[in-house]
Design a protein around this ligand. Structure first.
Ligand SMILES: C[S@@+](CC[C@H](N)C(=O)[O-])C[C@H]1O[C@@H](n2cnc3c(N)ncnc32)[C@H](O)[C@@H]1O
Length: 276
């Protein structure tokens, strides 16, 4: 069910480009996800992390829900999920899942921006955002300002977000790819190119996330995702260097929850408890 069309008025071009890019991706998104072993392993790591904190029958608010892959996982595990998603195509995919899987009473979708969460009603036990959707905002505060009105006391929040330091990308510097190697350090965002569309993305450290949430949110766990091992875009690496890939993932497992590795990687998984 689409409850409301709430695309923000400005800046139009950024949202239009994000909408177009992800709508173009939406038809093949699930098939690409299934065909990428790194992405599948990362989703399992995210679920393992979230399941440490998710209480039974939780009411989850999922930001930038994409096609609803994670939402379906949580619904199947007995939770209720309300998705906020910007892109027409992605919202269509979530609706298809609702109808096909008979999730009408447990999965809802609202088209709009996570910067406009004032348009969402209800109280939630968990707010979740996966795989870098929040890197599309130029200011996390535009999202976090709305959270106190939406969260139950002791609600949890898990955001999977791209940080500025990604060792795998820094290694590009050794190959002479300076632009790629340093791209995450641009303070004013970096132009992303997806499906022929261009829009800016912004990289956020654990410190940036903490600052945007304020003192009522206490960090309970943070771990790196793809700290030393390759990102999903380098999935061919697995076939070319299977032993090295295996070794890198082993090292990831060992270090990803300890400082400073818990704040670096292709993404980080950061979880906070809301204690107003
Ligand atoms: C990389 S995809 C991740 C999707 C999903 N979370 C997943 O794990 O597959 C990023 C998603 O963020 C959405 N998005 C980007 N900006 C948004 C905004 N301002 N409000 C809501 N969704 C947004 C995009 O439409 C896209 O579906």
């Amino acid at each position: 069910m689409v409850t409301e069309a709430t695309l923000p008025n400005e800046p139009r071009s950024h949202y239009e480009n994000v909408n177009k890019a992800f709508s173009k991706q939406s038809d093949l998104y699930d098939a690409d996800d299934q065909a990428n072993p790194i992405l599948l392993a990362w989703r399992q790591q995210v679920y393992k992390h979230v399941n440490l904190f998710l209480k039974t029958k939780s009411n989850i608010l999922e930001l930038n829900a994409g096609t609803g892959i994670d939402a379906s996982y949580f619904v199947e595990a007995g939770h209720h999920v309300h998705c906020v998603e910007l892109s027409d195509g992605m919202v269509g995919q979530i609706q298809n899942k609702i109808n096909k899987l008979g999730f009408q009473d447990r999965l809802t979708v609202q088209q709009g921006s996570f910067e406009n969460l004032n348009l969402v009603t209800g109280r939630f036990d968990y707010v979740f955002s996966d795989f870098g959707g929040l890197n599309c905002t130029d200011d996390l505060k535009k999202v976090t300002q709305h959270l106190p009105k939406l969260l139950n006391e002791h609600a949890m929040l898990t955001w999977v977000i791209m940080p500025p330091i990604c060792p795998w990308e820094i290694m590009w510097l050794l190959k002479g790819y300076f632009k790629q190697g340093l791209r995450r350090f641009h303070k004013n965002g970096v132009m992303a190119h997806l499906e022929g569309e261009y829009f800016k993305t912004y990289y956020y450290s654990l410190g940036d996330i903490k600052k945007s949430l304020g003192e009522n949110f206490k960090l309970v766990k943070c771990e790196g995702l793809g700290v030393l091992s390759p990102p999903p875009s380098a999935k061919d690496f697995i076939n070319k260097h299977p032993k090295l890939y295996h070794q890198l993932t082993k090292w990831d497992e060992k270090v990803r929850s300890t400082f400073p590795f818990n704040g670096i990687g292709d993404h980080i998984i950061a979880t906070f408890r809301y204690t107003p």
